[in-house]
Design a protein around this ligand. Structure first.
Ligand code: SF4
Length: 347
């Protein structure tokens, strides 16, 4: 039978000497600032620790307290988020800050169920904040925790089917004291020692109890079900110019992919290839649209995108959108795919 107390103690000892020094962390034994934990956890979704560090510091320099972030215009937050991707996180961050200030007096609730009700906070983030900021005896399961648990217990069920079992085991193993340190220790073990390739079992504090180490199959766990192929969607982007060379931008609808971000206007993105004339019939204004050579390619989590870019000029500045000089394009929160279109059109 697994001796969870022994596992907890060896890992907490290891954490004391081998933990990663991260800007949002407190010293072992202390609770971290909930605002810092929340901000870092939202940024870390889909993004690496190395990338997040400078963004985290920049956000705190600019908005040291959640009240400032809540009061900031959404565009400022989106702009500061540029480069982190997955902009729905930034919109939810802003909304969440507003709700925490309005409904909770600017303090995150020390309750996992109440945290789960906040915008942009799912089970993982709620568990992480509850454990790390408030020391509540709970856990959160990210990719690192999944890998460590699957190997420690020698789980052969592939992901994602193994998730409920992994969550159950992670919860069973979580201590009632120092739950935050323990959770961060498992995350660190996965990030630095129990790595996806070449895990360093020789210097792992859990080697003695690890099923995969004993079986010599650590690197093959966790098993993964084959991913479905990403489909390819196609669209036509409109590089629309005013007489003085200004470029037409438009804001995307609040809901959906890249919601609320500025964009180069385009047709729908769909799997059926576009007939160019049909796409151009939905252009921002009537003109002789000419295709540019080449294509812009971008990959989102769930699909590949191929865009043909067409260009035209108009003297009518009343068309729907925002005219922007080439020099001030950088003032707008433009997602990576839009920057690719701009580089393509200008290049
Ligand atoms: Fe991972 Fe190896 Fe440690 Fe097992 S012994 S938890 S496989 S690093």
């Amino acid at each position: 039978m697994t001796d969870f107390l022994k596992l907890q103690q060896t890992l907490l000892d290891w954490y004391g000497s081998s933990r990663r020094d991260l800007p949002w962390r407190s010293a072992p034994g202390d609770h971290a600032d909930p605002y810092h934990v929340w901000l870092s956890e939202i940024m870390l979704q889909q993004t690496t620790v190395a990338t997040v560090g400078p963004y985290f510091r920049a956000f705190l320099d600019r908005w040291p307290r959640i009240h400032g972030l809540a009061a900031a215009p959404l565009d400022d937050v989106l702009h500061a988020w540029q480069g982190l991707g997955y902009y729905a996180r930034a919109r939810n961050l802003h909304r969440c800050a507003g709700v925490v200030v309005r409904d909770h007096g600017g303090e995150f609730p020390a309750d996992e169920a109440a945290l789960l009700k906040l915008p942009g906070i799912g089970p993982y983030t709620a568990g992480a904040i509850a454990a790390i900021a408030f020391g509540l005896p709970t856990t959160a399961v990210d990719g690192n925790v999944e890998r460590v648990m699957a190997r420690l217990h020698g789980l052969e069920t592939p992901l994602p089917q193994a998730k409920p079992e992994i969550t159950r085991l992670a919860r069973l193993a979580a201590p009632t004291e120092r739950a935050g340190d323990y959770l961060q220790a498992v995350m660190d073990l996965g990030a630095t020692t129990c790595t996806p390739r070449n895990p360093s079992c020789g210097r792992c504090p859990w080697a003695e109890s690890c099923t995969a180490f004993a079986a010599g199959n650590a690197e093959s766990l966790p098993r993964k079900s084959p991913k479905p192929e990403r489909p390819t969607r196609r669209g036509v982007a409109f590089w629309a110019l005013a007489g003085n060379g200004d470029i037409l931008l438009r804001r995307r609808p609040e809901k959906g992919l890249l919601g609320g971000m500025m964009e180069i206007p385009s047709s729908d993105w769909r799997e059926t290839p576009w007939d160019l004339d049909a796409a151009i019939s939905g252009a921002p204004f009537k003109a002789g649209w000419t295709p540019l050579a080449g294509m812009v390619r971008h990959t989102f989590t769930h699909f590949h995108l191929e865009l043909t870019v067409v260009t035209a000029q108009t003297q009518d500045r009343s068309v729907d959108g925002v005219w922007c000089s080439e020099k001030s394009l950088g003032d707008h929160a433009l997602p990576t795919v839009m920057k690719k279109i701009i580089r393509h059109a200008l290049g």
